[in-house]
Design a protein around this ligand. Structure first.
Ligand SMILES: *[C@@H]1O[C@H](CO)[C@@H](O)[C@H](O)[C@H]1NC(C)=O
Ligand SMILES: *[C@@H]1O[C@H](CO)[C@@H](O)[C@H](O)[C@H]1NC(C)=O
Length: 353
């Protein structure tokens, strides 16, 4: 069985113990279907960035759940990482250097099968009304492990971006797609070095230091990645209109089921939705299978054989034949905020299989 069908059927069988569920509920399996090794235990989760809320609220394009419409790139997972790099002591600064920090984002959660299609670094400043002073920002990438004293040598690092800015900018963004692809492909993520200089005309030391004071309004850096897990993408079939024919209540059909993540004990790490209309399939698949029961060829044969030898061959199962995706927003084990599209989470139609 496909992992997501497995997910749906096991979750539902856990909740309702419907027929045709070979597998008992196992949370581990469920989490695996969601691409997680265990139930995340967020320790100090931060706020959910506005961009992620926006994408979540917009919903999934059901015809193409493997595209992140908000970013115009292929992808089904968006992750938001907080910077874990240390501030480099200011004692050793000289000249117009005001601020220096090692930026590090733990990308180990990106699995080998995922392709990075977008990566964006955001550097945020506290709002500051003083607009006169200009600063220069430089982002370097360390090329290899170097001794501390040698780290700043330009042979040991590559300048990625140099940009002037004034503090009325609330944030600056940088396209790190290529760098992140390299980090994940070669597993050589050594982070970045962020340096901010006072762009001063005068050489007076005190002037430089007073303009440096303002840069302490620097708040934080964050990284956002969009990745594509191609193993959870499949060809979509056009959704057909559901017939609204009255059916006897014991006949195989879709039943309404709302899954509340609180009931599964997942409310601590699933941010949104709180739950969703998952539905399930239930009912009999009697002989002969009518058009309405959407039986597969195999199921039609199986009911026929069952009518002849009922003890040997069971009737076909009432099972999902059309499923649709949902989007989930959650915290992973590193307190990163993740938005992920999951296929086959909602039962749209049932049939006899
Ligand atoms: C970011 O960089 C990548 C690779 O260099 C490029 O393909 C992509 O178009 C850029 N994205 C944006 C939004 O500029
Ligand atoms: C230096 O000062 C001159 C004139 O006062 C100004 O035109 C120039 O933009 C300044 N340069 C920088 C880097 O601030």
């Amino acid at each position: 069985m496909e992992p997501f069908l497995l997910f749906i059927s096991s979750l539902i069988s856990y909740l309702l113990l419907v027929d045709c569920s070979e597998l008992p509920f196992q949370e581990k399996m469920l989490l695996k279907a969601l691409g997680l090794s265990g139930r995340p235990k967020p320790i100090a989760p931060g706020p959910v960035p506005k961009t992620l809320w926006k994408i979540f609220e917009k919903g999934i394009n059901e015809d193409n759940p493997c595209r992140m419409a908000g970013f115009q790139v292929p992808g089904n997972i968006v992750r938001f990482y907080r910077d874990q790099g240390p501030l480099i002591s200011s004692d050793m600064f000289h000249g117009s250097l005001c601020f220096k920090k090692h930026l590090f984002f733990d990308l180990s959660v990106i699995e080998a099968k995922e392709q990075v299609t977008l990566s964006q670094l955001e550097i945020k400043f506290k709002h500051n009304t003083y607009q006169g002073q200009e600063f220069q920002l430089q982002l370097h990438r360390p090329l290899h492990m170097a001794l501390k004293s040698m780290r700043d040598h330009n042979a040991n690092r590559k300048l990625l971006f140099a940009q002037s800015f004034r503090l009325h900018h609330k944030s600056l963004s940088f396209n790190l797609t290529k760098v992140t692809q390299d980090w994940t492909n070669k597993n050589n993520n050594m982070g970045l070095i962020l340096e901010i200089f006072a762009n001063s005309n005068t050489s007076m030391e005190n002037h430089v230091s007073s303009s440096c004071d303002q840069i302490h309004s620097f708040i934080h850096a964050s990284l956002l990645t969009v990745t594509l897990d191609p193993t959870s993408c499949k060809r979509r079939v056009k959704r057909s209109e559901e017939p609204l024919l009255p059916t006897p209540s014991n006949i195989c059909k879709k039943r309404r089921l709302y899954i509340d993540f609180k009931d599964v004990g997942w409310q601590n790490w699933v941010i949104a939705p709180r739950g969703y209309m998952a539905n399930y399939c239930h009912g009999e698949c009697p002989y002969p299978l009518t058009e309405m029961l959407k039986g597969t060829n195999h199921a039609v044969l199986q009911t026929l054989v069952h009518s002849i030898e009922p003890e040997v061959t069971p009737l076909p199962c009432c099972a999902p034949i059309k499923l649709s995706p949902i989007s989930m927003l959650y915290y992973d084990n590193n307190d990163n905020v993740v938005l992920r599209h999951y296929e086959d989470m909602v039962v749209d139609e049932c049939g006899c299989k």
